[in-house]
Design a protein around this ligand. Structure first.
Ligand SMILES: Nc1ncnc2c1ncn2[C@@H]1O[C@H](COP(=O)(O)OP(=O)(O)O)[C@@H](O)[C@H]1O
Ligand SMILES: [Mg+2]
Length: 367
């Protein structure tokens, strides 16, 4: 690491409620201009983490540093307003009796000219030039959201903390607002920690995803990395439906109805789960019972019968009852293709897209 400290760093941040660590030794670093998404299921401790960084919740343990200086730790506890942090929550109530311009300028300590210049600049960034004199009730939900963003950014916070900021918006608006928000955040150069339980949102917005489960960060990395190299089965399952084929590793190979899989690093006789996302199952036609030929990349094909096919627009999700061991597998195919129930097809598995983990008994699986 160069000697520039991270804009925001947490070290082993911990919060307990009733003896249970709801945030358990969370360590994060975020650089200026970087968006980190804290992603995880409801109740995993995301908001509590954010609240500790904001200074409205007191950690039981750990340290928070901004630009290398401790703002919370064994000897320090700066109040929220001294941390230079901007906040945006799902319920981002604007002040109803103030105009848009007054809302944006609310937290600004500057003279009249600088103030109105900053307000104008931000309204332009969020595409609301000319809205300054309107009142919040005259705006759509998406427009209010953008005013809230401008208001949070007006004092040039070093850090922006956002807790599910888009979940109150209807679906059709969301992608556009996410993109505008991301653009503005990048221009402003704050370090951003965005909390969400939606994988799509994290994939779309994050430079780095910190995947959280049961109070702990289970994986950190780029969206590409976290999606394509999940840390465990639950991490894989958080982003999409998954298919699981169980087998036993022998001599670093596992024999399955789809041929052999490389399973290095697993002891002889160890049960393994081979995980495949629906889009990495390839479908081929029956060809009067012959099916496709095996290939080095896709291994041996296995036959199945379509049980159900759902058209989802861009893709169709097809559920198969396989000929072997009563297995059920789900494949995703381009939406132009919607096979009828009862159709016999062959499936192959892209070897380069599988994940192999030690087998987990159902009772040990975590959320
Ligand atoms: N003030 C509190 N007192 C007791 N339990 C709390 C308190 N705040 C949060 N919790 C619990 O901590 C866990 C994590 O909550 P939270 O951080 O809000 O999760 P998330 O934002 O990921 O949904 C939950 O089980 C929640 O019930
Ligand atoms: Mg929350």
């Amino acid at each position: 690491m160069p000697n520039t400290p991270a804009r925001l760093e947490t070290r082993s941040l911990t919060r307990r409620f009733g003896g249970r660590a709801v945030v358990d030794a969370v360590s994060l670093t975020i650089a200026p201009g970087q968006v980190t998404c804290l992603l995880g299921p409801s109740g995993c401790g995301k908001s509590t983490t954010l609240r500790m960084i904001a200074g409205v919740e007191t950690p039981d343990d750990g340290q928070i540093l901004i630009d290398g200086a401790e703002v919370f730790g064994p000897v320090t506890a700066l109040p929220p307003e001294a941390r230079g942090i901007g906040l945006m929550f799902q319920d981002f109530a604007l002040f109803p009796h103030l105009t848009v311009a007054q809302n944006v300028g609310f937290g600004l300590k500057a003279d009249r000219a600088a103030r109105s210049a900053r307000i104008g600049e931000l309204l332009e960034r969020v595409n609301l030039s000319g809205y300054g004199d309107k009142h919040p009730h005259q705006l759509s939900g998406g427009e209010q959201q953008r005013v809230a963003l401008a208001r949070a950014l007006a004092p040039r916070p070093r850090i922006m903390l956002m807790d599910e900021p888009f979940s109150g918006l209807d679906n059709r608006l969301r992608d556009g607002i996410r993109d505008t928000t991301l653009e503005v955040l990048k221009e402003e150069g704050a370090a951003v920690l965005l909390v969400t339980h939606e994988p799509d949102e994290a994939l779309r917005m994050a430079d780095e995803i910190a995947l959280m489960r049961g109070g702990r960060i289970v994986q950190r990395g780029s969206p590409y990395h976290v999606y394509n190299s999940p840390a465990d089965k639950a991490a894989a399952a958080f982003f999409s439906d998954i298919n699981v084929i169980r087998g036993v590793s022998r001599g670093a190979l596992t024999e399955t109805p789809f041929g052999e899989f490389l399973t290095p690093g697993h002891a002889d006789g160890a049960e393994v789960d081979i995980i495949i996302r629906p889009q990495h199952l390839k479908i081929d036609f029956d060809r009067a019972g012959r099916g496709p030929n095996p290939t080095p990349m896709d291994g041996t094909p296995a036959r199945g019968t379509v049980q159900r096919a759902r058209f989802l627009g861009r893709e169709s999700l097809v559920e198969f009852a396989m000929d072997f061991e009563g297995a059920k597998l789900t494949a995703s195919v381009p939406g132009v293709f919607l096979p009828k129930p009862g159709t016999v097809l062959w499936l192959m598995i892209r070897r380069d897209r599988c994940f192999v983990f030690p087998a987990q008994r159902a009772s040990h699986a975590s959320a």
